[in-house]
Design a protein around this ligand. Structure first.
Ligand code: HEM
Length: 150
């Protein structure tokens, strides 16, 4: 009754074509481990909490070896995004993922926000701190003299 293709036993094959390898999922590395891989023998970078081993890609990187080495052992998320990498570059990058940064270490790599830059401003008007009381004192003195002389 069902005129389907003979021998179509491809169940499950669909998922694999979308994402070739995600065996890194659930593999966590500590920040210290990431930081140790900052040399040409082993270069790891962090992009969006995922750890990429780009050691073998250094020489092939169209943007140059140097930019990747500079980011070795650190968080390259901002630089990666600033470049505006193509979809192809992003797809390619997935093949270098080896794991994720341990959740406990994620906030350590977060850039400190600018909220703490609310410093004391009172210094800017320091001269008014004494000029106003001095003028007030002068007025009081003059009034005292004026009334006491009458
Ligand atoms: C696994 C990580 C990375 C992969 C797979 C990758 C791949 C690529 C590819 C395929 C290109 C060619 C242009 C494109 O298709 O967008 C490219 C260009 C470039 N990449 Fe990367 N990249 C990676 C990480 C980085 C990082 C971390 C930086 C910055 C520190 C960077 C900086 C650049 C620059 C400056 C260019 C040249 C852009 C241009 O000439 O317009 N890349 N990259």
């Amino acid at each position: 009754m069902c005129p389907g293709r003979p021998g179509s036993a491809e169940a499950g094959a669909m998922e694999e074509t979308e994402k070739p390898s995600e065996s890194w999922r659930g593999r966590y590395y500590r920040l210290e481990e990431l930081q140790q891989h900052n040399h040409s023998q082993s270069t790891w970078i962090l992009v969006h909490h995922r750890i990429y081993d780009v050691t073998k890609f250094l020489e092939e990187h169209p943007g140059g070896e140097e930019v990747l080495r500079e980011q070795g052992g650190g968080d390259a998320t901002e630089s990666f995004e600033d470049v505006g990498h193509s979809t192809d570059a992003r797809t390619l990058s997935e093949s270098f993922i080896i794991g994720e940064l341990h959740p406990d270490d994620r906030e350590k790599v977060q850039k400190p926000t600018d909220t703490l830059i609310t410093t004391v401003q009172s210094n800017s008007s320091s001269w008014t701190n004494w000029v106003i009381p001095a003028i007030a004192a002068l007025i009081v003195a003059l009034m005292y003299r004026f009334y006491s002389s009458e």
